[in-house]
Design a protein around this ligand. Structure first.
Ligand SMILES: *[C@@H]1O[C@H](CO)[C@@H](O)[C@H](O)[C@H]1NC(C)=O
Ligand SMILES: *[C@@H]1O[C@H](CO)[C@@H](O)[C@H](O)[C@H]1NC(C)=O
Ligand SMILES: *[C@@H]1O[C@H](CO)[C@@H](O)[C@H](O)[C@H]1NC(C)=O
Ligand SMILES: *[C@@H]1O[C@H](CO)[C@@H](O)[C@H](O)[C@H]1NC(C)=O
Ligand SMILES: *[C@@H]1O[C@H](CO)[C@@H](O)[C@H](O)[C@H]1NC(C)=O
Ligand SMILES: *[C@@H]1O[C@H](CO)[C@@H](O)[C@H](O)[C@H]1NC(C)=O
Ligand SMILES: *[C@@H]1O[C@H](CO)[C@@H](O)[C@H](O)[C@H]1NC(C)=O
Length: 327
């Protein structure tokens, strides 16, 4: 009898534990109210009842369904540390946000954020707030295609833990000072994507000494001028380099010491995109020497093609010893 009682009590205890586990809010009140206040900055129109097409996939406004009587850690786009309950990730990409993020926004109270993605929204040509510096633990920041305007604040370069930074957008500009800070402070950066950011005033020499951890560098359409530092080809982990649509940019492929993932080879998956960039190719460069078969003749060339998949070599304008190619 006492054994039965004992198992009954054990069962009750288990039920109570289970109950408290599933109903306890992992998310603190401060965090859920910060998120809900942030939500109030944006209007959702009647179209937000329908999913929208974003990067060829259907998306719906995640924030629209955030409800204040539920645990914010279960909300769409919100990720929490399961032990501390801190909000550490916020992915509101393609969420039909329309409005701006002022510096007193409650977003900046989420000081434990590690990953923040606000890509593909409409921030109404407002400036990027320098308050993004209030996320000292940030490793991933993605503000691409979100209709921000103006100078990228220098303070972003204080986010020294950044691994991935994507600021791609047509209305942003970036200065030499920013690149200087980035090179100095963002030493663990692996992905740097600045597509279509106006970098016309950046002294290209400041692109030297980028993080040696860099695997992906995209500077497409950045209006870069001057000579592209060839030591970028020697970054040890770089596998994708995109430079196309920088028609004022010149440079020379290095003869020796290519970064190993960019170097040609049977297993290479590297991509270099150089459409509308003037680079002088030295025929003796191991890059060309390692190419299988003979080089294509100019008649085989596809003028609009870009995206050089090593070891394929699509565009060459001359077959002299010093090939000058304008991709
Ligand atoms: C968008 O910007 C325009 C011009 O600055 C302003 O009049 C309008 O109120 C802004 N809209 C939102 C939703 O912030
Ligand atoms: C932020 O500042 C604006 C004025 O600049 C004010 O209208 C708004 O109430 C403030 N919001 C918060 C959350 O303090
Ligand atoms: C930034 O986010 C967009 C949309 O989710 C995505 O397509 C893009 O690849 C992201 N950038 C990086 C560097 O991950
Ligand atoms: C590097 O970041 C620190 C803050 O983390 C900042 O005080 C310093 O000014 C930055 N240095 C440069 C060169 O950007
Ligand atoms: C880029 O910035 C430069 C210098 O500020 C400016 O002259 C140029 O018009 C800008 N380019 C575009 C496409 O806005
Ligand atoms: C790059 O680093 C080298 C070696 O540390 C240094 O001599 C050079 O001045 C740096 N270049 C730039 C543009 O910071
Ligand atoms: C190429 O690498 C070798 C060995 O790491 C080094 O001794 C040499 O100075 C490098 N050459 C250039 C041009 O960087």
């Amino acid at each position: 009898m006492s054994w039965l009682m004992w198992s009954y009590q054990l069962l009750c205890l288990q039920l109570v534990l289970l109950h408290s586990l599933s109903f306890a809010n992992l998310c603190s009140h401060e965090q859920s109210s910060a998120l809900l206040h942030f939500k109030q900055l944006f209007s959702f129109n009647q179209y937000s009842d329908y999913p929208s097409l974003c990067y060829t996939q259907l998306h719906y406004p995640k924030m629209k369904y955030w409800k204040d009587d539920t645990d914010c850690c279960s909300w769409d786009g919100v990720a929490c540390d399961m032990v501390t309950g801190h909000v550490i990730g916020l992915d509101l990409s393609c969420s039909q946000l329309y409005g701006s993020i002022p510096s007193n926004s409650s977003l900046f109270l989420l000081s434990h954020l590690q990953k923040l993605n606000l890509a593909s929204n409409d921030f109404n040509l407002s400036q990027i707030s320098s308050d993004f510096v209030r996320f000292p633990s940030l490793t991933h920041l993605n503000l691409s295609s979100s209709n921000f305007y103006g100078q990228v604040p220098f303070e972003i370069t204080h986010l020294s833990k950044l691994i991935s930074l994507d600021l791609s957008g047509y209305h942003l500009t970036l200065e030499t000072l920013f690149m200087k800070g980035l090179v100095h402070n963002l030493t663990g950066l692996e992905e740097l994507v600045l597509e279509n950011v106006n970098m016309s005033t950046v002294v290209s020499g400041y692109l030297t000494n980028l993080s040696s951890s860099l695997t992906l560098l995209s500077l497409k359409g950045c209006e870069l001028q001057g000579s592209f530092p060839d030591n970028i080809f020697r970054l040890p982990s770089l596998h994708t380099l995109t430079l196309f649509s920088n028609n004022q940019l010149t440079g020379t492929f290095p003869k020796v010491n290519w970064s190993s993932p960019l170097s040609p080879g049977p297993d290479s998956i590297a991509t270099i995109s150089l459409h509308e960039v003037s680079l002088h190719l030295d025929i003796e460069s191991p890059f060309l020497a390692a190419l299988p078969g003979k080089l294509p003749s100019p008649s085989q060339l596809e003028p609009s093609s870009f995206g050089l998949k090593v070891p394929c070599f699509p565009i060459i304008h001359s077959s002299r010893a010093n090939i000058e190619s304008t991709f």
